[in-house]
Each structure stands twice: as structure tokens, then as C-alpha cells.
Design a protein around this ligand. Structure first.
Ligand code: ADE
Length: 303
């Protein structure tokens, strides 16, 4: 995969030079290019923003800078043709992980039909890169979208600042990109940079071959729609607290049932909306429903 990021704060992306993302770069599974938007700014002040049409507070990022920047990133022309590839801060390529199971046969994700026609998004056209525009006004970013982006060849991230990017930039970019306006949560950040770090990390860890243990993301929170239950390691007793006995039993059928129940219990507690949705979609098994009914019963007896 290739990732291009356009930003006025390239320094924000230093974290991509560390840990798992850097490892993906070292393994040649990922190329990352960070571009300073000001390279496309003209005039003495290299200004990238202007006052909002219609009045109001703050500044809006101008199409006259973003347009040429996104043209060059899509075509690999201008400053993009000589851009520096991000390198790992501390190479770990020759240090195999204890859980490296290369060759487990994981074949990647194939479902790339993440389009929202209601938002006027272009149909899936594999030749066009995906332009991800983080904005609090976007559709919520989910694990399912992370999975779909992980199957792409080329992602371009456009980091807005101030009040945002002139909407015509996003609308016009649909000629060269499949555009996704995404929000990472119901709160407002001061720019898209941190959101890009969040999205890039969620996506890169799902690129086949990036995680040492190819099965680890199959147990992630949200991979089956639920949040993950608690996890434990050794020692079996710590400060008077024991690891749940079932986890030391060696009985994997029992352990799977216990984990599913913990997952249901935690999801019901922190995200009851997810339980309601899965129930409406008939995505819960009879065992799941029985366990949830039992939890509701217990809650009633304790109140
Ligand atoms: N930019 C500012 N706030 C944001 C959010 N919540 N999600 C994505 N991008 C943003």
C-alpha cells in the first residue's frame, strides 16, 4: 500500500516512523509520503486559507492551493515526484517476533464495496486512489471501514485545519479519487492530523503480513461487532486477584464460550446500542440471546 498525507504540519507524522507502522514500512508492505501543503501555496505569504464566504469566525482552506496539491498527488507530478519516503526511526526488520506466523495462509480482505450513495460517493473504481478527508462532519469511521481501506493500494489523506477545506475541493476531487469524508468521533479536534494518525494505524495493522500473528486481529473488538472482553496474563495470582479459572483450564471450547459471554456482557454495559443493532439484524445466536436474558434476569434480582 502507498499512503500520501497532505498537511501544513508534517511534523505531526513522526509517530508513523515508530512501532508497527514503521515495521510495515521496513517490510516493504507500506510506503508513506508526507507532503507540506505550503509547497503548492503561491504569493509572498504562502497563505493556505482565506475568510469564509458568508461571514463567520475562523478561516477556510482555499481551493487554489488544495486543488493543485491533490492533482499532483493523484498524478505523481510536481513536488510529489521528488517527495521523500518516510523511513523507520529504529529498524526492527531483522528481529523476528516470537509470534511471527508468516505463511498461515491469511489471504486478506476482499470486500471493497464501502460506498455511501447518500453522500454522493463515487462507485468503487479500483484505479482511483481513495481520498480520505477527516472531518467532524464525516461519516463515522469504523473497524469495517478500516478493513476495507486495508485492501486498497493507494490512500491519500487531506488534513484540514481551521474551519475546514472549501467544499468544492472535496466535490471536484471525485473526478480523480474515491472520496471518503470520515469522522473519528463526536468531538472537534483542531485539525485532521491526529485523526489521520488514528485512521492510518487502524488500517495499517490490518494489511496482510503487518501483524506478526495473522490471527490476532480476528479477535479484535468490533471484528464480530462486539467489543472485546477482558484479557489476562501470568502470574495466575496478583495482589490477591486471580486469573479467571476457566482461562487456565486448557478447555478451549469452554474458554471460547466464556470469552463470548464476557464480550456480550461488556458490550451490553458500554455499548447497549450495538447489542440492539445486532439483535435487530438477527446477528446474535440463540446462546447469545439466552446469556443476555440471563444477565437481564440477574440485574433484575439485584435491583
Ligand atoms: N477534524 C476535526 N475533528 C475531527 C473529528 N472528530 N474526526 C475527524 N477529523 C476531525
Amino acid at each position: 500500500m502507498r499512503i500520501d498525507v497532505v498537511t501544513i504540519f508534517p511534523g505531526y507524522f513522526e509517530p508513523l516512523r515508530h512501532a508497527l507502522v514503521a515495521k510495515a514500512v521496513e517490510k516493504n508492505l507500506l510506503e508513506v509520503y508526507i507532503h507540506n501543503l505550503r509547497q503548492w501555496a503561491t504569493g509572498n505569504h504562502k497563505s493556505v486559507d482565506d475568510s469564509p464566504c458568508g461571514g463567520g469566525p475562523g478561516m477556510v482552506m482555499t481551493p487554489t492551493v488544495w486543488g493543485p496539491a491533490l492533482d499532483d498527488v493523484a498524478a505523481g507530478t510536481g513536488p510529489v515526484s521528488t517527495a521523500c519516503r518516510l523511513t523507520s526511526a529504529a529498524p526492527h526488520a531483522n528481529k523476528p517476533r516470537h509470534d511471527d506466523l508468516s505463511g498461515t495462509g491469511f489471504s486478506g480482505y476482499t470486500d471493497t464495496a464501502w460506498i455511501d450513495p447518500a453522500r454522493g460517493e463515487a462507485p468503487c473504481d479500483g484505479d482511483k486512489p481513495v481520498l480520505v478527508v477527516p472531518t467532524p462532519a464525516g461519516s463515522p469511521f469504523t473497524q469495517e471501514q478500516a478493513r476495507q481501506l486495508a485492501a486498497e493500494k493507494h490512500l491519500v489523506f487531506a488534513c484540514g485545519r481551521y474551519e475546514g477545506i472549501d467544499q468544492r475541493v472535496i466535490d471536484e476531487a471525485a473526478a480523480r479519487y474515491r472520496v471518503r469524508e470520515v469522522s473519528i468521533g463526536d468531538y472537534v479536534l483542531i485539525g485532521g492530523e491526529v485523526a489521520v494518525l488514528v485512521i492510518a494505524e487502524a488500517v495499517v495493522r490490518l494489511i496482510p503480513g503487518v501483524l506478526g500473528n495473522a490471527t490476532s486481529h480476528e479477535q479484535d473488538s468490533f471484528s464480530d461487532g462486539l467489543v472485546e472482553g477482558p484479557c489476562y496474563t501470568k502470574p495466575a495470582r496478583w495482589r490477591g486477584r486471580d486469573v479467571p479459572e476457566v482461562l487456565l483450564s486448557g478447555n478451549h471450547a469452554l474458554i471460547d464460550t466464556w470469552r463470548r459471554e464476557q464480550s456480550l456482557r461488556r458490550t451490553l454495559s458500554v455499548r447497549p446500542d450495538i447489542i440492539d443493532r445486532l439483535a435487530d439484524d438477527n446477528a446474535l445466536s440463540t446462546d447469545d440471546l439466552e446469556y443476555l436474558a440471563q444477565l437481564a434476569d440477574d440485574a433484575e434480582h439485584h435491583s
